[in-house]
Design a binder for this molecule. Structure first.
Ligand code: ZN
Length: 163
């Protein structure tokens, strides 16, 4: 259903190899379930030991994370990029205790799979978005927070005119 290859958005990406109907379970973001505290500890240690190696930690909520750093080829989901016009969503299945990547709409073969990373506004400038969507707001920020970010950016433009 999907394959991993070079993405025009960023690094490796995940692409549909066939038509995927809306609602389909595309893949599971597998990994080790750990506490947020442990996640913090691990990412600090890893960026110290191997600063260039990517860290794949998915924040489920304030308390729980998925560490997918050592999942190898088992977890293509960790290569899914964020997009401001995402075609999938990441849904925590409480009964199965797993993070499911589900299609939000019909996805055409060859289309890049994406979901909303759901990042907060704090430090947004460290997460530029290069998704290329028509509605891209330039930063990786959770959909509900985007209007607030747009207001913030507009204000900044007004107080620091460039031309
Ligand atoms: Zn974007």
């Amino acid at each position: 259903m999907i394959s991993v290859r070079q993405s025009p958005i960023h690094g490796s990406g995940v692409f549909a190899t066939e038509k995927i109907p809306a609602g389909t379970l595309v893949c599971i973001y597998s990994g080790e379930l750990i506490s947020s505290e442990e996640a913090e500890k691990r990412s600090k240690a890893r960026s110290r030991e191997t600063p260039l190696a990517p860290i794949y930690i998915f924040e489920i909520d304030e308390n729980l994370c998925i560490d997918a750093t050592d999942t190898g080829t088992e977890n293509p989901a960790r290569f899914i990029n964020h997009s401001c016009d995402e075609n999938c969503e990441a849904v925590w299945n409480t009964r199965e205790r797993r993070m499911e990547i589900r299609a939000l709409r019909n996805i055409a073969p060859g289309e890049e799979i994406s979901f909303d990373y759901g990042f907060g506004l704090a430090g947004f400038f460290e997460h530029p978005c290069r998704c290329g969507a028509r509605n891209c707001i330039g930063y990786i920020v959770a959909r509900p927070l985007r209007p607030a970010l747009l207001r913030k950016l507009a204000k900044k433009k007004r107080s620091h005119p460039t031309k």
